[in-house]
Design a protein around this ligand. Structure first.
Ligand SMILES: NC(=O)c1ccc[n+]([C@@H]2O[C@H](COP(=O)([O-])OP(=O)(O)OC[C@H]3O[C@@H](n4cnc5c(N)ncnc54)[C@H](O)[C@@H]3O)[C@@H](O)[C@H]2O)c1
Length: 359
């Protein structure tokens, strides 16, 4: 079935639009909505037939719209998602889904109450690298996860923060943990399952902003695996890396910052005699759509009754919960255990005070 989709927000929404236009057998674009009429029109004009609008209310009240795709700044996600769910639309929402577990749980309750659909955006999951890892795991060759290291070493300067909501607690609600490393942390939990405990150190060392731009994090996973995550926006270039040591195999991702899974990954069997079995599992992986193309295909499949590969609202909660735990640990200086429920002092949101490196 071909579904009508309206994209709201013409920043990263431009990439969403390009992806759904490539998937024209699954999606028909209703419109691109942006309050900045000139920006919306300029992006829409790149795709013949795509209409630009500034009227979000008209999208919500138009019964021909099946899906509303929220690509607005983070502080607007919750209200926009709620309104779209109330209007009976299937909803896609950019990361971070919301800046608090209370809001995320309210969205989950709304999805249940309305029988609706909400898929948060984590497009890094899609691509051959992740498909290879799944194939090796499915073949029973990975074994228990032991340790992992994650790197989000990117370069962001003053120009990046010209957009007023960025780098502020009020507009962005967090820094590199919430805005950048959230992707690699989603990859980690989608492969290794939930985090059980977090120890976090954060600092603002690169740019003159309120939110953190450097972090050293340690996670104990529910499986017992131990993982570290190093984050900075002060690297010379943009590079991401995930290296996971399982009992049977060591996996290293590609380093492409925005499409970590787009290229094949490296899989090294611990027992050299098993390398041929690992290679055989890898050879079963065919062409795999990457990034937003993979994400929108998975969402269309889910809406067509074949769920399984789309990002779920529970995945979105897990990512907000991890951010909550990281901010709680960094500010208290103590490890924080998950899961986090309504009794936690940060359940309704973490504090908005600037965090400064005092070293
Ligand atoms: N998944 C990714 O890799 C990725 C990459 C970049 C940004 N993002 C996320 O996407 C979201 C948007 O980021 P961005 O960089 O595109 O921001 P942006 O500020 O460049 O674009 C947001 C657009 O929303 C418009 N807008 C604001 N309020 C509106 C409203 N009420 N109705 C209609 N339009 C409105 C603005 O005019 C602006 O053009 C953020 O949550 C960000 O974290 C995700």
């Amino acid at each position: 079935m071909r579904r009508s989709i309206a994209i709201v927000g013409a920043g990263i929404g431009a990439e969403h639009l390009a992806a759904v236009c490539r998937l024209s057998d699954r999606y028909a674009v209703h419109s691109l909505c942006d309050l900045d009429a000139a920006r919306g029109a300029a992006v829409a004009a790149k795709h013949p037939g795509v209409k630009a609008t500034t009227d979000f209310d008209a999208i919500l009240s138009d019964p021909s719209v099946d899906i509303v795709d929220i690509c607005l700044p983070p502080h607007l996600h919750f209200d926009a998602c709620m309104r779209a769910l109330d209007a009976g639309k299937a909803v896609i929402c950019e990361k971070p889904l919301t800046p608090s577990l209370a809001e995320t749980d309210a969205l989950i309750a709304k999805v249940r109450e309305t029988g609706g659909f909400l898929s948060p955006v984590f497009q890094y999951r899609y691509g051959i690298g992740m498909a290879q890892l799944r194939a090796v795991q499915d073949a029973g060759l990975a074994g228990r996860p032991l340790v992992g290291t994650l790197e989000t070493h990117w370069n962001r300067g003053a120009g990046y923060y010209d957009i007023p909501w960025r780098g502020t607690w009020a507009g962005e609600r967090g820094g590199a943990v919430l805005g950048h490393a959230i992707h690699i942390h989603d990859l980690l939990t989608s492969v290794l399952g939930p985090v059980a405990q977090v120890s976090a150190m954060l600092a603002t060392r690169v740019n003159d902003i309120e939110t953190e731009d450097c972090a050293a994090l340690a996670f104990r996973m529910e499986t017992g695996a131990l993982v570290t995550s190093s984050i900075t926006l002060g690297a010379a270039d943009d590079s991401s890396r995930m290296r996971l040591c399982f009992e049977g195999v060591t996996v290293e991702s590609d380093h492409a910052p925005y499409s970590l899974a787009a290229k094949p990954w490296t899989f090294t069997a611990r027992a050299p005699r098993l390398q041929s079995e690992v290679d055989e599992a890898l050879s079963t992986v065919g062409e795999t759509p990457t990034g937003y193309d993979g994400m929108f295909a998975a969402i269309a499949d889910a809406l067509d009754g074949s769920p399984g590969r789309q990002v779920t609202i529970e995945d979105g909660r897990r990512s907000v919960e991890l951010v909550t735990a990281i901010y709680a640990s960094a500010r208290s200086g103590a490890p924080v255990s998950l899961p986090i429920g309504p009794e936690h002092p940060y359940y309704a949101g973490w504090p908005s005070e600037p965090l400064r490196d005092t070293a």
